[in-house]
Every structure is written in structure tokens, then in C-alpha cells.
Ligand binder design. Sequence first.
Ligand code: DAH
Length: 341
Amino acid sequence: MQSLQEQIKIHEQEINAFTPADAGELETYRIKYLGTKGIVKAIFGEMKHVPAEQKKEAGQLLNAFKQLAESKYEDHKHLQDGGKKTGPAIDISLPATQLPLGTRHPIRMVENEIVSIFEKIGFSVATGPEIEDDWHNFTSLNMPENHTARDMQDTFYVSQNPDWVLRTHTSSVQARILESQPLPVRVICPGRVYRNETISARAHCFFHQCEGLYVDKDVSFADLKQTLYYFVTEMFGADTKVRFRPSYFPFTEPSAEMDISCTVCGGKGCSLCKHTGWVEILGCGMVHPNMLRNFGIDPEVYTGFAFGMGVERITQIKYQVNDLRLYSQNDVRFLKQFQSI
Ligand code: DAH
């Protein structure tokens, strides 16, 4: 008969080599070693045959063996909990780690605000390409070749094609709408535009505009004024005053520029309004009959108004940003300031 030591040694080897693949194998192991008729119990039963002077040593051996058999079982007990490892409990009431989130760009936020103000009164959104052809950016807008009005904007030309430009204004989208959509039309057209300007605090080679166009029967200058007045009070508050100054744009007749009472000083005079109490925010007018004719629309039947505003300008007034370059430098210290707005 094998000695107790030898028996234990064989079992220990078997236990060490054993890795249960699933709960079933673990259970078989448990019954074999730790069950009421299991090996551990049986070997403990052998103790009574051990001579008294060896009992102490044999007892230590047995205890170590029992611990080994039990710890193997404990190590794999998680198999019985549907595969989940039992570790320290997770405290789900602890606050989660805050992941840093980006913020909306101020230009995009203001653009969204402009669009939603006009959407409330039935304007829909339209967009057009940033690389535009001469017809949509200039000619169809009553600015034929050699027209001096083309000099109002310094244009980037696309070298691959002499007919292509980076659009200098979102008025090009007016042309695309009039050529493709049935009347009446009432659209707001946000987008990026490009001009060959030296970059400074007050000028940039790209910026953003929002164009508006409304063409229908019986649209009047009074409708234009009321629409823009509504926009200004929504955007800058009910106390804001507006004034229209006569101006010139080739695609509108009559044309005007609109000023609002300075939102910073309330009209008393400050650096934003250059001490005049007024700040210019947009150009507008009644769509020129030539432009309507360019798209086969009879100006005796249809009239319309149009306007165009710079999104950077609106943002500057609303949030007192005094350097246009900040918008494209992507400095998070600047961008984060608009987080809660
Ligand atoms: N396109 C003009 C510009 O970029 C702005 C403008 C003026 C748009 C009058 C209009 C308008 O639609 O009617 O300076």
C-alpha cells in the first residue's frame, strides 16, 4: 500500500495540472476531492492508522493538501456564476470620469441661430458649391464681365479653369435657387466665402455669410424691412433699433445697408460702433429685374427681396470678438468660452 505521503503527492500533481473548462468539470472536481465521499475526507480518515509519533507531521501534510484542493476550487468558482469573475464589487453610484468634450464653434452656433430664426417664419435652408462658375457668382447677378462692381470683391480664381472662382459671396446660391426651384421661393443660405484679402484682425481670406431670398407675387420693400426687423429683435433683443441707408449692389434695386443700434453701448458711443451708436450688419434690397429676367422670371409678375449678412460680423457684435483671426486659430481657450452659450 502506498504511504500517505505518496498518495498525497500523486493527488497534488493531479490538482496542479487540472484546469476546469466549465462549471461541469469544476463540479466533478469538487465531488471527487471535496465532497463528503471525496479524496480529502478519505485521506483524513487514514490519519487513524498513522503511528502517534508521525501524527504531527502527517497532519501538516494533510492540511496543506486540503488547502491546495480548496484553493483550486475557489480559483475557478467564477465559472459557476455564468462566467463572471467575482472581484471586488463595482460601486455604480460613484461619479463617472468626465471625458473632455469638444464645443460647437462660435461661428457655427451663430449660423445655426440665424437659420433657426428664419426657419420660424417659413424660410428653408439652401446651400451651393464653394467653387463656383462665373455665371452664378457674377454674371447672372447683373455683374457682367468688366462690370466695375466685380472690383468690390477681390476674387480667387481657380487655375484649372478660367471660368471657376472660389465664391466671393453666398449670393451665388440665389442664382442656383432661381434656376432650379419653382416660385415662390423663400430660402436662407449659409456658407463659407473667399476673398483675396490680407489677413488681419479685421479681414480674412475666408469667412461666412448667410444669404436670404424671397421671391413671390407682391413682395415689397416693407416686407423686407419687417422681416429684417423681426430677425434683429430675435437675435439681439427687443430693444434693438434698426435703420436703413441707401446703398448700391448690382443685384438689387433699390439697395440698402442695414444698421442696428449698438448692442454694447446702447447707442451712447463705444469702440464697436466707432462712437456713432450704430453698427452695420447687412446689405439688402429688392431683387434687380435684370436678375429675375436672367432666370426667365417676369419682373412685372414677380418681385422679391434679398439680403446678405456676415456671420463673423454678427458673432463679433453678439460676443464682442475683436479679432477675426481667432475664429480659425483653433485655440481651445477661445473656443471654450462659448461652451455655455
Ligand atoms: N453679396 C453681398 C456681399 O457679399 C451682400 C449682399 C448685399 C447680399 C445685398 C444680398 C443683397 O443679397 O441683396 O457683400
